[in-house]
Design a protein around this ligand. Structure first.
Ligand SMILES: Cc1cc2nc3c(=O)[nH]c(=O)nc-3n(C[C@H](O)[C@H](O)[C@H](O)COP(=O)(O)OP(=O)(O)OC[C@H]3O[C@@H](n4cnc5c(N)ncnc54)[C@H](O)[C@@H]3O)c2cc1C
Ligand SMILES: NC(=O)c1ccc[n+]([C@@H]2O[C@H](COP(=O)([O-])OP(=O)(O)OC[C@H]3O[C@@H](n4cnc5c(N)ncnc54)[C@H](O)[C@@H]3O)[C@@H](O)[C@H]2O)c1
Length: 328
């Protein structure tokens, strides 16, 4: 097989960024994702009160090229700047904490960005890849139902590190590096209130305790404000200790912490939802950029190769595509 045909496993920010860059260079790609839709940790969840962002809620940009990409997304109408009234909470004390940091959100939801990036690229959803084989001349993938996919000249694995290490079995050195990148779980809760809570807080960094970040959907550009919806993210420590708690108990406990912290009367929520991210964030940042074996034509990318943020995923996916293209 001489033609270039690249399999990309994962349609989060890293996989989609690699796919877009290769497609732009005229390379044929085929994306796969185990989920029913694209976005990974940037996917938004449909609910009875509308679409909710249970993963990424905003992101920042420090890299020059990433900032250029964001300007393009802004022109496409996928993102807008978010300027929240920021607070912080330390030892239970809430205080205003304004800053000059530029922060971006997807409009009307985070998933607008990854849906926009996916566009009409070829993708197979609900397809969990379980094995990645290298034959004498090409790569073949196998999914959980036993079906084969291929042949492909190259493979880009753009999944969280624990899933990548299993798929990198054909390249043990890369697999063992991916295994060393542990990822922390995160419980995420959405609460919807009939009446707006009497507070100016729109975002709050919590320095200690079970919660880490609190934010209000109201005030974000392009949001549906039927209910006053809040997003709560638990710390990794609290999540690890409460990993198998039933969702109702997670909601009850985090609602209690939120009500105590937010500094106003908080009625019972009209709506509540909890989501557990098993691979929420890398336990620590790395400077790998991408893992790869150019001779074999296999690369692994994702936020865990860099900063553990949307920007890190974008940079890692871009680097995977760049490394692949220079080898052709
Ligand atoms: C609760 C939460 C809040 C966050 N908040 C922020 C924030 O405020 N700002 C910020 O910058 N970042 C934030 N992040 C981090 C950010 O979401 C990630 O850094 C980024 O989305 C990672 O993108 P990725 O492409 O590397 O991985 P992912 O988004 O995880 O994409 C991987 C994809 O691979 C698919 N996949 C996995 N295994 C397989 C398989 N075997 N076969 C097929 N498909 C597979 C998955 O379904 C998924 O779609 C947050 C994350 C969480 C969980
Ligand atoms: N829950 C998850 O799974 C997950 C995963 C990745 C990133 N994140 C979060 O996403 C956010 C993105 O990070 P970033 O570097 O792009 O954004 P950022 O610059 O807004 O925040 C980075 C960190 O700096 C501190 N900080 C920033 N502004 C502050 C202020 N005004 N007052 C007090 N503290 C402030 C906070 O501790 C914050 O976590 C962070 O909050 C990070 O914790 C969450």
């Amino acid at each position: 097989m001489n033609s270039v045909f690249v399999a990309i496993i994962g349609t989060g920010m890293a996989g989609l960024t690699a796919a877009r860059a290769l497609d732009k260079a005229g390379i044929a790609v085929q994306l796969f994702d185990k989920s029913r839709g694209s976005g990974g940790r940037m996917a938004s969840k449909r609910s009875e009160i509308g679409t909710l962002d249970m993963g990424t809620q905003y992101f920042t940009a420090r890299d020059r090229n990433f900032r250029t990409a964001i300007r393009e997304w802004q022109e496409q109408g996928w993102v807008a700047e978010w300027k929240p009234n920021l607070y912080q909470a330390r030892e239970g004390v809430l205080s205003a904490s304004p800053d000059e940091q530029e922060r971006w959100v997807g409009i009307p939801h985070t998933s607008a960005i990854t849906r926009g990036l996916l566009g009409d690229l070829p993708v197979t959803f609900s397809c969990r890849i379980t094995e990645v084989f290298h034959g004498p001349t090409h790569w073949t993938l196998q999914d959980a139902s036993g079906q084969g996919h291929g042949p492909f000249s190259h493979v880009i694995i753009a999944t969280p590190a624990p899933q990548a290490s299993a798929l990198l079995a054909a390249v043990p050195v890369l697999a063992s590096t991916a295994t060393s990148a542990t990822m922390d779980p995160v419980w995420s809760v959405a609460l919807g209130f009939e009446k707006p809570l009497p507070t100016e807080v729109q975002g709050c960094f919590v320095q200690d305790g079970p919660l880490e970040w609190i934010e209000r959907d109201r005030g974000k550009p392009g949001r549906d404000n039927r209910l006053d919806t809040w997003g709560l993210q638990a710390s990794s420590n609290w999540t690890r200790k409460n990993l198998d708690l039933p969702k109702e108990a997670v909601i009850e406990q985090l609602y209690g912490v939120f009500a105590e912290l937010i500094g106003c009367t908080v009625p019972a929520p009209a709506f509540a939802l909890a989501h557990r991210w098993l691979y929420g964030r890398p336990a620590q940042p790395h400077e790998w950029g991408v893992l790869g074996n150019a001779g074999l034509g296999v690369y692994a990318c994702g936020d865990w190769c860099l900063s553990g943020r949307v920007e890190g995923a974008w940079l890692s996916g871009s680097e995977a595509a760049r490394r692949l293209l220079v080898q052709l």
